[in-house]
Ligand binder design. Structure first.
Ligand SMILES: [Zn+2]
Length: 397
């Protein structure tokens, strides 16, 4: 058994040793530039979350983010990041690992080099043995090379961004779909499209999609679609019923947005319309479930309705910012699909029947309609978060 832990962020700006500041400032004076710091680790993981979720790979997963600040006039190369639990190093990222996980604010590409006067998010995913106790407090030891510092003083190590895993229980839900051959695309924990979808809204940075899944489906010949690519009806998942994952109250709905033409993303879509036709359920306990990209006119519920677990809510469509029919599903901590932080959750019963070779192969199968190669396995799962690129059979009610 394994768990997904979500870390509660605590803002922490490191004070620099006075001697270093003085050195840096004198160097800055000589260079005509202001240099005052290294890559200060600061806040980790905005806002609240929940702690433990079981993933069906026998491990616990910790997923969170750490802000790094380059408070200097030169570039900073982040050479190593160690995640420290007391005296114990629980993870060490070398420069290559940092280069794949550190993204400047507002960018979707990663680099270990921080440009002058920039902030960046380091996206972390720690894997722990199933029986390991959840860390109480983690800190981050950052070793950097600071171009603006004096010669011989450029390698700096700082520690900060202390975080405590949020130990509240994770919500356990039913499946959002029924039947065989569903693909958990861009799911936890290293797929980047959802996990790194940081959005600035109302002065804060949110990660509503941290644990989101784009559900697609394979037909019996392992095709995502058969027939014209541009026709939503060609897709195995199109028009499939989406199900209430719990007894819940309908917190919001949007309907009336058209289906997009599969094969390319719509141009210039407003953020408010990115979800397309959508439903948010209030699951209670501060958990909200989002169903996005629904078929226009298929919504069978209204705001304020109470729904029963398994009840059909709507049908899978291709509305909003969508390149192919799919169900985008996530659990989050508010009814807003954007100004929220994503929460882990567990689906109480399903089977993992295989894994794909990865996102690249999935993208190719989605683009070309070619069969998706699957490594088969059969593993009944209880109370787990579907992981990226797993093939899932949901129970049929
Ligand atoms: Zn999505």
């Amino acid at each position: 058994m394994a768990r997904i832990a979500h870390l509660l962020g605590i803002s922490l700006l490191l004070a620099l040793p006075g001697a270093w500041v003085a050195q840096a400032q004198s160097a800055a004076a000589g260079r005509g530039a202001a240099a005052a710091s290294a890559a200060m680790p600061s806040a980790a993981t905005p806002a609240a979350g929940q702690s433990a979720s079981v993933a069906p790979d026998g491990n616990q997963h910790l997923v969170y983010e750490v802000w790094l600040n380059n408070f200097s006039s030169g570039a900073i190369d982040v050479e190593q990041v160690e995640v420290v639990d007391g005296q114990r190093i629980v993870a060490r990222l070398d420069a290559a690992a940092v280069a794949s996980r550190l993204q400047a604010a507002g960018r979707r590409d990663a680099s270990a080099t921080m440009a002058p006067s920039t902030q960046a998010l380091l996206f972390l995913h720690l894997t722990l043995p199933a029986d390991a106790p959840l860390p109480v407090r983690l800190e981050h030891r950052i070793r950097s090379r600071v171009a603006a510092a004096p010669p011989g003083r450029q390698q700096i190590t700082e520690t900060g961004a202390a975080v405590a895993p949020d130990r509240r229980p994770v919500v356990v839900i039913g499946p959002p779909l029924a039947g065989d051959g569903h693909i958990a695309a861009d799911s936890c924990c290293d797929a980047t499209r959802h996990t790194r979808a940081a959005l600035p809204i109302d002065g804060k940075v949110w990660l509503a999609q941290r644990y989101a899944v784009d559900w697609e489906r394979l037909d019996a010949q392992r095709h995502i679609y058969t027939g014209p690519r541009a026709d939503p009806r060609s897709y195995a998942i199109y028009a499939q019923p989406v199900l209430a994952v719990a007894d819940a109250r309908v917190a919001s709905i949007s309907d009336g947005l058209p289906e997009q033409t599969p094969g390319h993303y719509p141009e210039a879509i407003a953020p408010a319309e990115a979800d397309g036709n959508a439903i948010v359920l209030d699951l209670g306990g501060g958990n909200y479930a989002l169903y996005a990209h629904l078929q226009p006119g298929s919504l069978m519920v209204h705001v304020g309705d109470t729904v029963q677990r398994g009840q059909v809510l709507a049908r899978v469509g291709n509305s909003g910012n969508s390149v192919a029919p799919h169900l985008h599903f996530q659990v989050m901590d508010s009814a807003s699909s954007l100004a929220a932080n994503g929460l882990p959750y567990q689906i109480d019963r399903y089977s993992v029947t295989g894994t794909t070779p990865g996102t690249e192969a999935f993208d190719a199968a989605e683009a070309d309609g070619t069969p998706l190669a699957i490594t088969p396995l059969r593993r009944p799962v209880r109370d787990a978060l579907p992981l990226d690129q797993q093939i899932i059979d949901f129970p049929v009610p």
